[in-house]
Design a protein around this ligand. Structure first.
Ligand SMILES: [Zn+2]
Ligand SMILES: [Zn+2]
Length: 389
């Protein structure tokens, strides 16, 4: 079992950054097997603890961290500082920001609120950011939705991201953290930097999450644009969920991703269908026509059936919500929306925010049979991470 961040070291440094006793632990650059990374003090000075030896990284300076055997080697321009099982970096005060720039493999640098623990994991340097729930949620909302939206839209996303956190905080516990920073969990690209409305939205919705009829956090899924009707979880994932049922959406139709088209040659289309079990009996080409004014699960030609979801994947289409019409030697796919279509439609929610709807209305419009409740009303906590010490 690899060395992990330990509570003893954490308690030494919690005071520096004013971190609460129960932070969120997020694995950074989780999909990259990072072998080498540069840590720099972006704002403020950093205090570093390599096993039991302490050193500082002053503002503007950097250290290199390289994986070597089952340890990490830390060096600066003057030479090796030490070889450690574990390195903890914290700000000397709450304004300090740590900048991480993976070198091998290369990745764009990102900034983090300053409490990061690193250690050699199997074939990689594991980097875990421990941060307040509000800091984590603000970073997620900026990564997932970008800047320039309305406050009510951001409040809706604050509640959605918090619901995800509390519904999935056990997901990576056996690996030594709560959530990863990839879309497997929620995208997190570091500290929220560009949009002041986001931290304000997190604060304004403090502790509110979305629950279903049995008071469990819902699966608050979302997508870019539903094309006028959201998809049910039952059709998309064969899981019946009363909160994720089709909703007719009048709000997203004016956005560019509401419509798309694709042309395919008739020969390619027929050979694709044959590959999937279609028997090419003599018939009219117009038999290949199929309309979806509302979402349907399957494309049907006589007794041949193929799920639209599969066609979407096979042809890399923007959505599974499209009609098919044959003209001359071509097949025209005329589609609606972008994404899987289940849950909240982001562009529809943006439009609702612009038209003055409150975040509660936005959530209740896209998720049905749900309640918004403070987390304190439920028996749900962020679990403690087990460590080797
Ligand atoms: Zn994950
Ligand atoms: Zn929509």
């Amino acid at each position: 079992m690899p060395v992990r961040c330990c509570k003893f070291c954490l308690s030494l440094l919690f005071a520096c950054v004013g971190l609460s006793a129960n932070p969120v632990w997020v694995s950074l650059f989780n999909n990259a097997q990072v072998q080498s990374v540069v840590i720099s003090a972006y704002t403020g000075d950093l205090l570093a603890l390599g096993d039991m030896s302490q050193f500082t990284i002053v503002k503007g300076q950097a250290v290199n961290v390289v994986l070597h055997d089952r340890q990490i080697v830390v060096s600066n321009s003057r030479g090796v500082i030490g070889t450690f099982d574990r390195l903890i970096v914290a700000g000397v005060d709450t304004s300090a920001i740590v900048r991480l720039r993976p070198v091998l493999p290369f990745a764009e640098a990102r900034n983090y609120d300053a409490y990061i623990c690193m250690y050699a994991d199997i074939g990689r340097i594991r980097m875990i950011n421990q941060l307040e729930e509000a800091q984590y949620l603000a970073g997620v909302i900026e990564a997932e939705t970008g800047a320039g939206r309305t406050s009510e839209f951001y409040k809706a996303f604050a509640v959605i991201s918090r619901t995800y956190l509390y519904g999935h905080a056990e997901r990576h516990v056996t690996e030594g953290f709560h959530l990863c920073d990839e879309t497997h969990c929620q995208a997190f690209k570091g500290k929220c930097r560009y949009e002041a409305k986001i931290p304000a939205a997190v604060k304004a919705t403090d502790s509110i999450i979305i629950v279903n009829g049995t008071s469990q956090p819902i699966s608050a899924t979302y997508h870019a644009n539903c094309g006028g009707e959201t998809e049910s979880a039952k059709n998309a994932w064969q899981t019946d969920m009363p909160c994720l049922v089709p909703v007719n959406d009048p709000f997203c139709s004016s956005y560019p991703s509401a419509q798309w088209t694709k042309n395919i040659s008739l020969d390619s289309w027929i050979s694709y269908l044959v590959k999937n079990g279609f028997k090419p009996d003599p018939q009219k080409v117009t038999d290949f026509n199929f309309g979806q004014t509302n979402r349907k699960p399957n494309y049907i030609v006589h007794d041949f059936t193929l799920p639209f979801k599969q066609i979407r994947n096979d042809w890399n289409l923007r959505s599974a919500f499209f009609s098919i019409s044959v003209g001359d030697d071509k097949v025209l796919l005329k589609g609606n929306g972008y994404g899987h279509g289940v849950g909240l439609c982001q562009e529809g929610a943006m439009e609702m925010g612009k038209r003055g709807y409150k975040y509660e209305d936005i959530i209740q419009f896209y998720y049905r049979n749900v309640r918004l409740v403070p987390i304190a009303d439920l028996q749900i906590n962020i679990p403690e991470i087990l460590t080797t010490q």
